[in-house]
Design a protein around this ligand. Sequence first.
Ligand code: UD1
Ligand code: CA
Length: 457
Amino acid sequence: MSTYLSVVVLAAGRGTRMKSDLPKVLHPIAARPMLAHVIDSAQSLNPQAIHVVYGHGGERVKEQLSDLPVSWVLQSQQLGTGHAVSQAMEVIADSQIVLVLYGDVPLISPATLARLVDAAKDNRLGLLTAELGDPTGYGRIVRDSAGNVRSIVEQKDASADQLAIAEINTGMLAVNAGQVRGWLSSIDNGNSQGEYYLTDIIALAVESGVTINAISTTDLPEIEGVNNRLQLANLERVFQQRQANRLMLEGVTLRDPGRFDLRGHLKVGRDVEIDIGVLIEGEVELGDRCYIGPNCILKDVVLGSDVRVEANSILESSTVGKQCLIGPFARLRPECHLADDVKVGNFVEMKKSTVGKGSKINHLSYVGDTCMGAHVNVGAGTITCNYDGVNKHQTVIGDDVFIGSDTQLVAPVTIGNGATIGAGSTITHNAPAAELTLSRSEQKTRKGWTRSLKKEY
Ligand code: UD1
Ligand code: CA
């Protein structure tokens, strides 16, 4: 642990331009709140503490992120970034280095944060800046003729000359806690916005002989803030592109990285191929040579090697053995466990079921609350009637069972090993092993019967 480092994440702003009931920092990038991304990056520095400054009404932020390893500091009135940092300073010892981050700048990278903390060493103030083609809206970095940083001036307080400065303040900085405490106590809100500006400490630091060590990044998305949903969508795309790039370099074939979304974590074997429009959520593992067809959704699933998931299949909270064939248009709902060489074909829905090696459910079936043995063949249109309107019941199917098409298995029911069920049966009692069981009214033929003839008028 870096016992000298305390992180302060500012997250009390209202975020009115999101036009949302959801606090801004909870808006997600890849299904994870922006603020959580910032905290993840901060966490990579292994700091002594991460303090999140949240605002009035930000209780939801606290609740939703309650399992993150942070301490929460309430800023009940948003009086400015300087005021926000002061709130957190009450619990930070003088000897610490304070790293200030923004909860709405989600893509800041661990590498840049490490450089920024480094920049504060030897009693300097580390400041993260960037050169922008259009610096409008940002605080500008004012340097003297020797190129030393002298101050930061906010857009609304800047002169015409200062507005022409392309180097901007990203807002992120690192500095000794004792010193920043002193400077914060002497800033005021006598500016065009009537706010206590954190940026005012720069000039105070210079006055007290502290060097401003400005480091910059050319990776602009990592310093971009989110104020509206357009910016949110842009950063989502950047984030997705980066994940896609990483996966491709790890050896995954993405048919179109622009049509791939990962909201969570993906572990892959060798020569995995992912077709267009695939969404991966939660924790997913794909074995060697898996193929995921177009428009599939995989959430919290583990697939063995050589599995093919064909187009438009949805798999959730399930495990799949080796060499299985799934889809197209298959749905595995939670708690399905397929052994090796299983086939689950089109328009098959499964839930909370285990399937033994080599079994096939090829077409148009519902299999729920079922324990199925190996080498079973389930005919088209087979349905486990697992719900009696009140409770769920189990269906147990042995090995080498053949279930004829359009069979209803009314649970609880057990089909013995090697049993054959005649097509069209409604099975309400256990079917013995190795016998043919069927329930079906006998077929009749009425000899000489004729259809009615159309009346002639
Ligand atoms: C701030 C900087 C500006 C910089 C820009 C980068 C100041 C005075 N200005 O301007 O130099 O270029 O960020 O985006 O610091 N916040 C609080 N409590 C408050 C006010 C703000 O927690 O009382 C939080 C906001 O939630 C946000 C961050 O601080 O995450 C920045 O606040 P914002 O109002 O967006 O600052 P800017 O005016 O953009
Ligand atoms: Ca502001």
